[in-house]
Design a protein around this ligand. Structure first.
Ligand code: FES
Length: 150
């Protein structure tokens, strides 16, 4: 268990250091801004959606290692997915980070997302991990306001 925790921490640190899909997108069809009032960090999500499929997705902004790693892993996962699949993954991720800390994590089903199971022990970190996901949900649902993690 301790080894798994270390591996998860390492994955988060690696994604923070070299985030995937980081930067602006000029020809996006969907965009949204997310805000974490607990720390003041903000991120933006840009997506290019065609025929209900997320063809491309990027993120940028300020955030701690968990928020940045979450944006990196999330964008890598959502690229090529349908909007419906993205919404389903949002639900699964939300369930993961807000579930009881003693409940088992289905690592097979969740894949890389399982690295965020550790945030369940730290309520403020749940907001960090969820920031990119709340923002992408607003973007693909075309909500035109800044979304917060509250
Ligand atoms: Fe701001 Fe994590 S401390 S998003």
């Amino acid at each position: 268990m301790e080894e798994l925790k270390e591996l998860y921490q390492q994955i988060i640190l690696d994604h923070n250091k070299s985030p995937k899909n980081y930067g602006k997108m000029v020809n996006c069809t969907h965009a949204s801004e997310g805000y974490n009032p607990l720390c003041g960090d903000r991120i933006k999500i840009y997506a290019k959606v065609e025929n209900g499929v997320i063809e491309d997705i990027k993120f940028e902004g300020e955030g701690c290692a968990i928020a940045k790693a979450s944006g990196s892993i999330m964008t890598a996962l959502l690229k090529g997915k349908t909007v419906a699949e993205a919404q389903q993954l949002f639900e699964e991720f939300q369930h993961l980070i807000t579930s009881d800390v003693r409940s088992n994590v289905d690592t097979e089903k969740l894949g890389k997302l399982a690295v965020f199971a550790g945030v369940r022990e730290f309520p403020t970190r749940v907001k960090c991990a969820g920031l990119a996901w709340h923002t992408v949900k607003a973007a693909i649902e075309k909500k035109d306001e800044v979304v917060t993690t509250e």
